[in-house]
Design a protein around this ligand. Structure first.
Ligand SMILES: [Fe+2]
Length: 224
């Protein structure tokens, strides 16, 4: 495809496009995170969303420095991906989940956004490095590390009690306690190991397909 100069587009054009997408995603998240924080029932989860809101404002500012380092004006391009993830998060808040079940669902929504951003910044760092944009590499790496830390914080909250409490509400204490105990044991054992090799329960970054959202939803339906 040709750019505005009539030339074939390059990796640098794709890089600028991804940067604009990421800048818009951060702006959308600055509006969405206060809603997640407000909906959270646990104080720790609310604090995690509020802390990440402050970091997200910092991400938008760092991206402005990245644009500047490239001699480009900072501007966003609507990010459809994060818009869809935010819409799904809103849909969860419209359901009648409550207590730890709601918090488990909010964590699932938050981790979807974090993983989307981790994928985007992973690509941006790699492309910036390949093209020798060293200042951009440093700034983008700082953002990527904060996204990863935010994701891990959400995993620790999910696995530190929210998932097991929500599971108890869905299945009763006895049935939920056994898997919760083994999940805690494996989380302890996996400390310091590669995340990919550790068995994960729902709410973790490693296994999302059978996450708390679907469990919560079906239990909610049963209660009605
Ligand atoms: Fe971010």
């Amino acid at each position: 495809m040709a750019n505005t100069n009539g030339n074939t587009q390059t990796l640098h054009d794709a890089f600028l496009d991804e940067l604009r997408d990421a800048y818009d995603a951060e702006k959308q998240l600055i509006k969405a995170l206060p809603k997640l924080a407000k909906a959270a029932e646990s104080d720790n989860l609310r604090t995690a969303f509020e802390t990440h809101l402050e970091e997200t404002e910092g991400h938008a500012q760092r991206l402005e420095r990245v644009f500047m380092s490239l001699g480009e004006k900072a501007r966003g391009k609507h990010c459809d991906g994060i818009a869809g993830i935010i819409e799904e998060g809103k849909a969860i808040m419209d359901e009648d989940f409550e207590g730890e079940t709601l918090d488990a669902c909010l964590i699932a929504a938050g981790q979807r956004a974090e993983h989307y951003e981790m994928a985007a910044y992973g690509t941006l760092v790699a492309w910036a490095r390949a093209m020798g944009h060293d200042e951009a590499v440093g700034l983008l790496e700082q953002i990527l590390e904060e996204e990863k830390a935010a994701d891990e914080k959400l995993t620790s909250l999910a696995e530190g009690g929210i998932n097991s409490s929500a599971a108890s509400m869905a299945h009763g204490e006895e049935e939920a306690e056994a898997p919760a105990r083994s999940a805690r044991a494996s989380a302890g054992k996996s400390a310091g190991r590669s995340r990919a090799s550790a068995p994960r329960s729902s709410g973790s970054s490693g296994s999302r397909s059978n996450g708390s959202r679907s469990n919560g939803r079906s239990s909610s339906k049963r209660r009605r």
